[in-house]
Write a protein that binds this ligand. Structure first.
Ligand code: HEM
Length: 144
């Protein structure tokens, strides 16, 4: 169970990054084209939303199954930068990123037919991507 979830979380991370990059590039291009945000542009934004939501759920379960997650919590572990990354910084930052992506998508969805949808996507998804990149455990990924 633990190993399967660990692998799933590791592979889904590629889809998360790829989906976000495609959604952001397509929103920047759409915005530059000065066209209205359409339903197909909204579907493009789903490429960023769906893998991130899946990853969030898998990550949450993993947090309670992994020896690096909740079970590792202690004062001593919080003083160690790698342990603190898994116990606190990674989960917290990823949850903030998922919230930003959800808000960006919801704003864009309401803006179908106007040209404001693109901006909502590239700003909210862009900030979320920076946060995700800042707190991915690069010491372990994509190495194994
Ligand atoms: C968009 C969201 C997320 C991304 C992109 C992401 C990405 C990653 C990556 C790349 C790893 C390293 C995997 C490896 O060792 O190969 C990892 C590990 C981990 N993540 Fe996430 N994560 C996300 C959300 C979350 C959330 C919300 C939680 C918990 C609430 C979480 C908990 C963990 C834990 C506990 C590990 C360590 C697993 C282990 O090796 O035992 N992640 N994550």
């Amino acid at each position: 169970m633990y190993t399967a979830l660990q692998h799933l979380h590791s592979y889904l991370a590629y889809l998360v990054l790829l989906g976000l990059v495609i959604a952001i590039i397509s929103a920047v291009a759409g915005s530059a084209g000065n066209k209205p945000f359409t339903d197909s542009n909204r579907k493009m934004a789903l490429l960023g939303l769906i893998p991130t939501h899946l990853q969030w759920v898998v990550g949450l379960i993993l947090y309670f199954v992994s020896p690096l997650g909740a079970s590792n919590f202690s004062g001593a572990a919080m003083k160690d930068s790698v342990s603190r990354l898994y116990i606190l910084e990674h989960p917290l930052m990823m949850i903030i990123a998922v919230i930003l992506i959800t808000v960006g998508y919801a704003r864009a969805k309401r803006a179908v037919g106007t040209n404001k949808g693109f901006r909502a996507i590239y700003i909210f998804y862009g900030i979320a991507l920076v946060l995700i990149l800042a707190r991915i455990p690069w010491n372990a990924w994509p190495g194994n």
